[in-house]
Design a protein. Structure first.
Length: 245
């Protein structure tokens, strides 16, 4: 099936033509959609829809590439910057940030996937495949935000497994929360899926962020765990047996 570049404006114009014909008594709306589609060079109305979806996927891919270039440019200038891409047909929103201290990243908020755009002042390859139907990202790492620390496990040979401080996570965390899907947010709240144990390393990171070590250890003894997404401590989830007590 031949691809025709089809913007949202083209789709709306064809719909209006079909509506106008319907008001004049020319037939059923579905049949008229197919008629105006064929008159415009399409095989049928579904062909219009498929071409529009493909055009929007291409548009979204270009916008993500432009966002990557903007973040890379900011980092190479030593400027801290963060932004979120728009939601679309091809993929959900991503979050990008330039740290201002040599590194820049592209992040996927639901699965906590990461791709490095700049590492220690050196531009990295933007791993986006030019697939016109969807956005394919060559994620090479998984991340967590632990207080003021960016924890990364990367397949990038120069990065590996690290805990990095000094990133502008105060600006990044709200964007990640905004970009997360409703289902992911519900799972985090109800199931505490991102909660981690208060290991000595996590406690030390929290103390460096301004928490009272004594208070953190008290809560640890009570079964509390740390939620990186909310930068807060969560009490133990109550079971039905606990509720009865």
């Amino acid at each position: 099936m031949r691809y025709l570049s089809t913007s949202d404006e083209v789709v709306e114009a064809l719909k209006k033509q079909a509506k106008k014909l319907q008001r004049s008594g020319a037939g059923k709306h579905s049949a008229l959609l197919n008629r105006v589609a064929k008159q415009a060079g399409y095989h049928h109305w579904h062909h219009v829809v498929l071409c529009n979806e493909r055009a929007n996927a291409v548009k979204q891919m270009r916008a993500i590439r432009e966002s990557c270039e903007a973040i890379i440019s900011a980092e190479l200038r030593g400027e801290a910057k963060s932004l979120m891409t728009s939601d679309g047909m091809a993929c959900p929103p991503f979050v990008l940030f330039a740290s201002g201290i040599g590194d820049a990243w592209l992040l996927e908020p639901d699965e906590q996937l990461a791709m490095c755009l700049v590492w220690q002042g050196e531009r990295q390859t933007i791993g986006l495949r030019d697939d016109p139907d969807r956005v394919e990202v060559e994620w090479d790492g998984a991340y967590e935000l632990l207080g003021d620390v960016f924890s990364i496990e990367s397949q990038h040979p120069a990065i590996g497994v690290r805990a990095i401080g000094g990133y502008p996570l105060g600006d990044v965390r709200p964007l990640l929360d905004q970009a997360q899907s409703t289902m992911k947010k519900a799972a985090l709240v109800i199931g505490q899926l991102d909660a981690v144990e208060l290991t000595p390393e996590v406690v030390a990171q929290m103390v460096r962020s301004g928490w009272s070590e004594e208070r953190v250890l008290e809560l640890k003894a009570d079964g509390y765990r740390y939620s990186p997404s909310r930068d807060s401590l969560l009490g133990p989830a109550m079971s039905s047996e606990d509720d009865l007590d």
